[in-house]
Each structure stands twice: as structure tokens, then as C-alpha cells.
Design a protein around this ligand. Structure first.
Ligand SMILES: Cc1ncc(COP(=O)(O)O)c(C=O)c1O
Length: 424
């Protein structure tokens, strides 16, 4: 398989061969098609180098009075600054590192559950990953009540449907930025406007959206936002952004000698330093992509370069999405969610579908035997599968692409699907 040389996109230009050459896993398996990126993306060599450097040069505890330990402190500070830049935080102290997104959602939900007072209602959605649903439903023990913001038949959440659910009893709206199953993107700034006018907070699950477009917590105007590094070309780790005042109010577990302020009040115990070093390198990778795209113009600030990279990624991925929709339509697949190529701006290149009478697990095994990695099942969104009229266990098939995927890969995927559809 060869990557198409590059993609001309209006005014932008994504240098695909250069990009793919930076990812050792893509070089090591040139004939394998990585279409399961929603479950975890590949990492650039520079991320691997950063992890390696940490483990070889400074694999010690932070907070010591010797150079190697001080280097760990510096790594954490640098990573916090980079991630703050990535999400456009006002202050690096608003970023907390940890294990994964789910444990952060649980941490924030437990803290909120401790002081519901007279705002006991939490709004959850039937589009979300279960990590951003079950964690909130568990607050029933604390006396929380729930309202369901239901997706529309086209797989989107409309802010107009949220409005009537909000009242002076609503404590928080928990929703995704993009669906990890259907790929639909939510108007999260609209959610925040609406929720804040009712005096409620907004918790955003940005795990699935993060590799696909610019994140701007100021523009989103949310109160909390969570991401997983391993979806954004970094190792397995997660981070939480919280509005400073919101984090200040949270009651979290900490030992008495740990300062009661962010980020330390959110980061109990020892972190996986090497993975945080890798997260910093992943932000640098995106930044250097932005710089590369800005070449010939005055190179921008770190944030400007990041935004440039993520906008170019979003633009290129819209073309990938349209192509994938055409290919799936030609095979006769049933696509769930937005399927009109004219509406690609409302989604990311994550497509859920079923093909003829082929069971999802059988189809995904056949794809695997052809060197294509996709996923079948409920995508950790069993309620959504039921809503789509699918069996919770069998679910459907998901192809999830990121910016290093190519049109050539989509065409190969399409050929395999066509052959399978004919035989089924
Ligand atoms: C949208 C979404 N939310 C939450 C999660 C859970 O993330 P983590 O594995 O970091 O806990 C995932 C993981 O796939 C996801 O896609």
C-alpha cells in the first residue's frame, strides 16, 4: 500500500508521506490498515524517544534535590504547559494528569456528588460512551436525579432538545464533543451557553474528538473537559482540564500535606511520568505539523501552530469521511448516524455500519484476515446500540480513521467489503 503523495485541500496541504514516515508502527506494517484509531492511535517516533529518554535518563521520583529528579519536575511542568496550549487553557495549573479519562470522570463526579445541595439533577445523553454516563448515574446513591438528552434520529444531539430539560435544579450537563460510535460532533459552545444560563455546569468528554480538530476550552466555555492521551498520538494516560474556580471548589481526596489546590489536589499518588513525557512530545508533533503547514508565512505562536495543524487535519479528514461514505454506500452497507456526504462538517471520520447479512464479528474477522484492523461490538455505548435497534452484544462494525490514513486505504477497504457483500 502506498500513501497518496499529499492532499490538496483548499488552501491547506497535508504532507501525508512525510507524516506517515514519522510513525514507526506505520513503517513497520506498511500493508496493515489501521482503521481502529478510536480505540487508540499510533505514536510518532518522537513520542517513543521522549518515553525512552525519560526511562533511561531520569526514571526517578520527582521532588528530589538532585538533577535527575529535577528533570522529572521540569518534564511535568513542560507537559502541563504544552497540554494547556493544546486545549487553550488560561493557566497550566488547570491541567491534571492521570491514568485515563474514565478515572477522571469518576473523580469529578464523586466530588460533585458530595455537594449536590438543591441542584440534584444531572443531564446525560444516550449518544455518549458509557464512561460519561454510568459514572454520573452512580450518583443516584448521593440523591441525584437524571434527565436524558436524547439524540435525534440522524445520530446528532440538538441543543434545542436540551433547553427544555434544564431548570434551576440542574447541577450539570455531561456530554461528549464527538461520538466514539457515530462520529457526530456536538455544538458544545451551544450546550455551555444554555446550561450556564440555567446555572448548571458542563462536563465535556473530549476523548473521541481530540485527534480530529482544534480544542478551545475558552470557546467551548465548558467547566470540565477530559481527554485520553492514547487517542492523540501519545501513550496510555489521560488528562483533565477544569476551569480554575471549578477545580478550586472540588472536594477531592488528598493526603493532608498535599496542597489543596489544582493540579496537586487532583493528582493523587505517583503519575506515570514517562507517558506524560510522551504526551508533551505528541503536542510538539502536532505543533511541528502546524509549523510545517505555516512554512512560507510568518511562523505563528505555539497555539497558532497547533490550531493550524488541527484545522488542516479536520479539513483533510472531512474529505476522508466523504470518500468513506461513498465507498460504504457503493457496498450497500447500512451506515448509522450522519450519512449525507454534504454534512461531513458535522462529523469526524468514525463510521458505524453493518453489511448485508454478515454478523459484525464475522465481518471484522474477515477484514483482519485481509490486513485491515477495524472493530465490532457495542463500542462501550450499549444504550446507543439499543437505541439504534441493534443487539447490544453484536452491535455493528466501526471504521475509525485519523489524519495518517489515506484514500488508498479507503479504496482497499471498499474492495474487500464489496467482495464480502457479493459473497454474503
Ligand atoms: C468517547 C470516549 N469517552 C471515554 C472513553 C474512555 O477513555 P479511557 O479509556 O481513557 O478511560 C473512551 C474510550 O474509548 C471514549 O472513546
Amino acid at each position: 500500500m502506498s500513501a497518496s503523495a499529499s492532499c490538496k485541500l483548499g488552501s491547506s496541504h497535508l504532507p501525508l508521506e512525510e507524516i506517515r514516515a514519522l510513525f514507526p508502527a506505520l513503517l513497520a506494517a506498511p500493508n496493515f490498515v489501521f482503521f481502529d484509531n478510536a480505540a487508540g492511535a499510533q505514536i510518532p517516533q518522537t513520542v517513543l524517544d521522549a518515553v525512552n529518554h525519560h526511562l533511561v535518563e531520569c526514571n526517578v521520583q520527582r521532588g528530589g534535590r538532585y538533577a535527575k529528579s529535577q528533570e522529572v519536575d521540569e518534564t511535568l511542568a513542560r507537559a502541563r504547559e504544552s497540554v494547556a496550549m493544546f486545549v487553550n487553557a488560561r493557566d497550566p495549573a488547570e491541567i491534571a494528569f492521570g491514568m485515563n479519562a474514565t478515572s477522571f470522570i469518576r473523580l469529578v463526579s464523586l466530588a460533585i456528588g458530595q455537594n449536590l445541595a438543591d441542584r440534584r439533577q444531572i443531564i446525560v445523553t444516550d449518544l455518549d460512551h458509557e464512561a460519561n454516563v454510568a459514572t454520573w448515574l452512580a450518583l443516584e446513591r448521593e440523591g441525584a436525579s437524571f434527565a436524558w438528552w436524547r439524540m435525534r434520529e440522524d445520530g446528532t444531539l440538538s441543543v434545542r432538545d436540551l433547553e427544555p430539560l434544564l431548570s434551576n435544579r440542574t447541577r450539570l450537563v455531561a456530554c461528549t464533543v464527538a461520538s466514539n460510535a457515530l462520529g457526530s460532533v456536538v455544538d458544545v459552545a451551544g450546550v455551555a451557553k444554555c446550561a450556564h444560563s440555567a446555572g448548571a455546569e458542563v462536563f465535556l468528554d473530549c476523548v473521541h474528538y481530540a485527534p480530529h480538530g482544534p480544542i478551545d476550552v475558552r470557546q467551548f466555555d465548558c467547566d470540565y473537559l477530559v481527554c485520553s492521551g492514547y487517542k492523540i498520538f501519545a501513550p496510555h494516560m489521560g488528562f483533565l482540564w477544569g476551569r480554575r474556580e471549578a477545580l478550586d471548589r472540588l472536594q477531592t481526596f488528598r493526603e493532608d500535606f498535599i496542597p489543596n489546590e489544582p493540579p496537586s489536589k487532583i493528582e493523587a499518588g505517583t503519575l506515570v511520568y514517562e507517558n506524560i513525557a510522551g504526551m508533551h512530545a505528541a503536542v510538539l508533533y502536532l505543533e511541528s505539523l502546524g509549523k510545517r503547514l505555516n512554512a512560507g508565512t510568518n511562523s505563528g505562536s505555539r497555539r497558532e501552530n497547533l490550531v493550524r495543524a488541527m484545522e488542516a487535519i479536520r479539513e483533510y479528514e472531512a474529505e476522508l469521511t466523504a470518500e468513506l461514505l461513498h465507498v460504504l454506500r457503493d457496498t450497500g452497507a447500512v451506515v448509522y448516524g450522519i450519512r449525507d456526504p454534504a454534512r461531513v462538517a458535522e462529523r469526524v471520520p468514525t463510521l458505524l455500519f453493518n453489511l448485508n447479512r454478515l454478523a459484525p464479528d464475522v465481518l471484522v474477522e474477515k477484514l483482519a484476515s485481509e490486513g485491515i484492523g477495524a472493530r465490532d461490538g457495542h463500542m462501550y455505548a450499549p444504550r446507543l446500540m439499543r437505541r439504534l435497534g441493534l443487539s447490544e452484544n453484536a452491535g455493528a462494525v466501526r471504521a475509525s480513521l485519523v489524519h495518517y490514513n489515506t484514500f488508498a486505504e479507503i479504496h482497499r477497504f471498499g474492495e474487500v467489503l464489496r467482495r464480502l457483500a457479493e459473497r454474503a
